[in-house]
Design a protein around this ligand. Structure first.
Ligand code: BES
Ligand code: ZN
Length: 585
């Protein structure tokens, strides 16, 4: 099997390793730049070797260690950015790099006041996963390299800075993370943010006008934390906060330690999309405590997390809720398996030569979670829960490869229950495409009831609506769309999950009364989960490619650089082939 070499980093941590990063950064909204210094503490395993860092579009002004050091910035690779190599003299154990970021930094989004909820102040947020930390700091940007960090942020005084670290009680703008984390978990946000507590160690940051609805929606957060602790052991990061971002945030959530970043599109008013918080919280164990060593091991982060997410949902919201979510997830997985080439159906995916963000499909999430579900069923819940707890204990604060995880699973689980183990082929699950025939399939009575038709729709929850819309016999005609809309006002629903599903159907069926809402949606929401299918469906519809391009041109300033890349790839590629070599538009 392939070793743990990270093909997405230039760094050579086995020669010189960065162990601490100390940032001093000025936030300049005018020029859309971060400017300042990174002081990196080094561990020199090979005394003759230079320190090699990852960068992307950084302007490196000087590198010093008391005196100027010689450095070389390599050519820009379209996926990896540029290698920064710094020569070290004997005894040098830290380097100070003075730099500024590009206004187009892939890991930062700079928002104008009108792109925020409050519309009065600008906003900045980072998104470092997978390999975007290097676009806002010179660092060994590999999940196999863990650092502690501290930072001092200078931002306009009317704004508040937030980082994935502990705030210094004596200085609002100073932060410290004294547990070792990979670079992709270093995060920063700056905006007109208010704070309100939820529980003893939980709370929410949000713009003032969003805070009340966020507090209601996520009122159970403290209970979620207690639930995971009761299942898998202590929460190790001190506080757990949520930061509600403006709607352009390209993801649903991001598990930045201490402060999860959250899209406002999950505030549905009825807690029906809270599984996203369960998911990000679960990463405090699977991902942040035990981390994938390279991006091909991503399923260790997301598969474990998706499984734990559902266990939390079951404990807090009941078995039926958890089953509904499993059934809907499985449909998404089956669709991707049908659509993708074989190499992209494999958990231990080969991402060499590709952007690791392309590995973020339903495969590592849902196929990964199904493997864990099967182990739970084969070995029994108590044994499997105990195993997971010991896995987190054993690998705490380390980054591991698929091989290391499998070795541990075999030793601590399979070898202990040789009879039961015969039911499971780890090799097939992890290294082969498609799903093993024995993959468990969840059933939900609540979702099955939906087949009775919409006469009972008054009592349907979000998941039942999704089930109904997804299983309506295709093609759905214009007349049927109109009838549904007249009866249930779906074009006007405030639930983004249902709305996205409905708008997709509207494009497919040429139902033009939804055009305006689609326009409004694409111009206000930057969450890629919704943008991707909507633009893809538009592109397929008659005359739709031109429409999509016009819409995209208008909406582009709202979208995050990562989302822009994804949508442009989709719109300008003749045919979207999942996992196709990246082509720059
Ligand atoms: N860590 C991921 C987000 C991510 C993955 C960002 C890969 C960049 C590259 C996060 O935990 C996540 O999975 N978010 C999901 C929500 C979840 C409930 C499936 C999302 O954003 O949709
Ligand atoms: Zn995740």
């Amino acid at each position: 099997m392939n070793s743990g070499r990270d093909v997405h980093s230039f760094s050579e941590p086995w020669r010189v390793r960065v162990v601490h990063c100390s940032l001093e950064l000025d936030v300049d909204f005018e020029s859309r730049q971060l400017r300042g210094t990174a002081l990196l503490t080094l561990e020199r395993l090979d005394p003759a070797a230079p320190v090699v860092l990852d960068t992307r579009d950084l302007n490196i002004q000087e590198v010093t260690a008391g005196e100027p050091l010689t450095f070389a910035l390599g050519p820009r690779d379209p996926i990896l950015g540029a290698r920064l190599s710094i020569d070290l003299s004997a005894g040098t154990d830290s380097v100070l790099i003075r730099y500024s970021t590009s206004p187009k930094a892939s890991g930062l989004q700079w928002l104008e006041p009108h792109q925020t909820a409050g519309k009065e102040h600008p906003f900045l947020f980072s998104q470092s996963q997978s390999i975007h930390a290097r676009s806002w700091m010179p660092i060994q940007d590999s999940p196999g390299v863990r650092v502690t960090y501290d930072a001092r942020i200078k931002a306009p005084s009317e704004l508040r800075a937030i980082m994935s670290a502990q705030r210094d009680p004596a200085d609002e703008n100073s932060f410290k993370m004294d547990l070792p984390i990979p670079a992709y978990l270093i995060a920063l946000a700056v905006g007109a943010l208010e704070y309100a507590p939820l529980g003893p160690r939980t709370g929410i940051y949000a713009e003032a006008c969003v805070l009340p609805s966020a507090l209601r929606e996520f009122a159970d957060t403290e209970k979620l934390v207690e639930t995971v602790e009761s299942l898998y052991g202590p929460y190790r990061w001190g506080r757990y906060e949520l930061l509600i971002l403006p709607p352009s945030f390209p993801f649903g959530g991001m598990e930045n330690p201490i402060v999860t970043f959250v899209t406002p599109t999950v505030i549905a008013g009825d807690k029906s999309l809270v599984s996203l918080i369960s998911h990000e919280l679960a990463h405090s164990w699977s991902g942040n405590l035990v981390t994938n060593a390279t991006w091909r091991d991503f399923w260790l982060n997301e598969g474990f997390t998706t499984y734990i997410e559902n266990r939390i949902q079951e404990e807090v919201y009941g078995r039926e809720q958890a089953l509904m979510e499993q059934v809907l997830d499985r449909r998404e997985l089956d669709r991707e398996i049908a659509e993708f080439g074989e190499r992209d159906q494999i958990l231990h995916i080969d991402l060499a030569g590709r952007d690791p963000d392309e590995g973020c499909t339903r495969i590592p999430y849902i196929k990964g979670a199904l493997l864990l579900r099967q182990m739970e069923m084969v070995f029994g819940r108590p044994a499997f829960d105990h195993f997971l707890g010991s896995y987190f204990e054993h690998f705490a604060f380390s980054s591991i490869t698929t091989a290391e995880a499998l070795e541990y699973i075999r030793r601590e689980l399979l070898d202990r229950y040789p009879n039961e183990s015969r039911a499971i082929s780890l090799h097939e699950w992890v290294f082969e495409p498609d799903l093993p025939a024995c993959a468990p399939r969840a059933r939900s009575e609540a979702l099955e009831k939906v087949a009775d038709g919409p006469d009972h729709a008054a009592g349907w929850n979000t998941q039942q609506w999704l089930e109904y819309l997804q299983t309506l016999k295709r093609p759905v005609g214009w007349e049927q769309m109109k009838q549904l809309d007249d009866r249930f006002h779906l074009t006007r629903t405030g639930n983004y999950e249902i709305l996205a599903e409905w708008l997709l159907m509207a494009i497919e069926s040429g139902y033009e009364p939804a055009d305006e809402r689609l326009h409004e949606f694409l111009l206000s929401v930057g969450r890629m989960k919704y943008l991707r299918p909507l633009y893809a469906q538009l592109k397929k519809s008659p005359g739709g490619r031109e429409k999509a391009l016009v819409l995209y041109r208008e909406a582009k300033p709202l979208y995050h650089p990562i989302a822009q890349t994804a949508i442009e790839r989709l719109l300008f590629l003749e045919q979207e082939v999942p996992g196709e070599q990246r082509i720059d538009p």
